[in-house]
Write a protein that binds this ligand. Structure first.
Ligand code: ZN
Ligand code: ZN
Length: 273
C-alpha cells in the first residue's frame, strides 16, 4: 500500500516561503493498493496530482489507464476546491466517481459564489456512501466510511486491501467525543497499519478553537497509544503554521516510538504502508 500526500493543510491554501518545506495545499492524498487507486479529498493539492498525471499521460485528461475515484470526507471548501480546475471532472469521456456521504454535491459552486454551476458542467458520477456501510471501489479494496466528530456530516474512512489497513481521520475532534464514541473509534483504528490524523492545532492554540471539529498532536498520540496503530501520520495543519512551527511541534513527539511511528505529512511525501 502506498500513500502520497498532495496537500497537508487545513482550511485555506496558503502559498508562502515560510511553508516551502511542508507545503501550503489543502487536503488531498492518494492511496494505491489492491490493484486500485483512490484519491482522498480534493483540496488544492489535487492540482499537484493533476500536474503529475499531465506529465505521465500525454493524452491527459483523456484515456487514463484507470478510473478516477475520489473519496470526499465532506464538502467543506478546503476539501473540494481542487475540483473546480480538475480536468477529468470537466471533460466528457473521462470516468470520474465522487464518493460522498453528503448531498447535494457542488452546492458551493454555483453563481454568485462561482461563475459556473459545477453540478451542470461536471461529468463526474456521484456515488452516495453511508457511514457503517462498506463498499468496494475496485480491486481488492474495501472502504468503510464512519462518522467523524466534525460539522456537516463529515465521515472518516477505514480502507483495507485485505492485508493492510489505513484509517483516514482528518477533520475530527477526538477530545470532545463521548466515551462510547471514542471507544468505538479506538476499535476501528485497532492495530491499523497507519492512521492519518488531524493535527490542525498546536496545544497552546486549541482551547480557543475547541468545538471547531479539529484535534491536536497530543490527541493523536493518545489515540495511537490506545489503538496500537503501527504508524500515525499527522496532517491538516493550520495554514498559519510555518515550517519552523511545525518542526517544533514534531520535535516534541519525534522520539516517541523510535522516530518512525509518528510522521508529519508534507506535500509530495510518499509513504509505503
Ligand atoms: Zn478541512
Ligand atoms: Zn471540515
Amino acid at each position: 500500500m502506498k500513500l502520497t500526500v498532495y496537500g497537508c493543510r487545513g482550511s485555506v491554501p496558503y502559498a508562502r516561503s515560510e511553508c516551502s518545506r511542508y507545503g501550503g495545499n489543502t487536503s488531498c492524498m492518494r492511496i494505491e493498493a489492491g490493484g486500485h487507486q483512490l484519491i482522498v479529498d480534493a483540496g488544492s493539492g489535487l492540482m499537484q496530482l493533476q500536474a503529475e498525471w499531465r506529465e505521465i499521460y500525454p493524452s491527459y485528461p483523456g484515456e487514463l489507464p484507470f478510473p478516477v475515484d475520489i473519496l470526499l470526507s465532506h464538502l467543506h471548501m478546503d476539501h473540494i476546491i481542487g475540483l473546480t480546475a480538475f480536468e477529468p471532472v470537466l471533460k466528457p469521456g473521462v470516468d470520474v466517481r465522487l464518493f460522498t456521504a453528503s448531498t447535494p454535491m457542488f452546492g458551493a459552486y454555483k453563481p454568485p459564489y462561482w461563475p459556473v454551476s459545477l453540478d451542470v458542467i461536471s461529468r463526474a458520477r456521484i456515488v452516495t456512501v453511508n457511514a457503517g456501510v462498506p463498499f468496494n471501489p475496485g480491486g481488492s479494496l474495501t472502504v468503510t466510511p464512519f462518522a467523524a466528530n466534525h460539522p456537516d456530516n463529515a465521515v472518516a474512512f477505514h480502507i483495507t486491501d485485505g492485508e493492510k489497513v489505513v484509517v483516514y481521520l482528518l477533520d475530527s475532534e477526538t477530545s470532545t467525543m463521548t466515551e462510547a464514541a471514542y471507544g468505538a473509534l479506538v476499535s476501528l483504528c485497532k492495530n491499523a497499519d497507519a492512521v492519518i490524523f488531524d493535527a490542525a492545532y498546536d496545544e497552546a492554540d486549541y482551547p480557543a478553537k475547541r468545538g471547531w471539529g479539529h484535534s491536536t498532536v497530543k490527541d493523536g498520540v493518545r489515540l495511537a497509544d490506545a489503538c496500537h496503530c503501527k504508524r500515525m501520520i499527522f496532517s491538516h495543519f493550520d495554514q498559519e503554521y510555518g515550517d519552523d512551527r511545525l518542526d517544533a511541534m514534531y520535535q516534541r513527539i519525534s522520539g516517541l516510538g523510535g522516530g518512525k511511528r509518528f510522521l508529519f505529512a508534507r506535500d509530495g511525501m510518499e509513504v509505503t504502508i
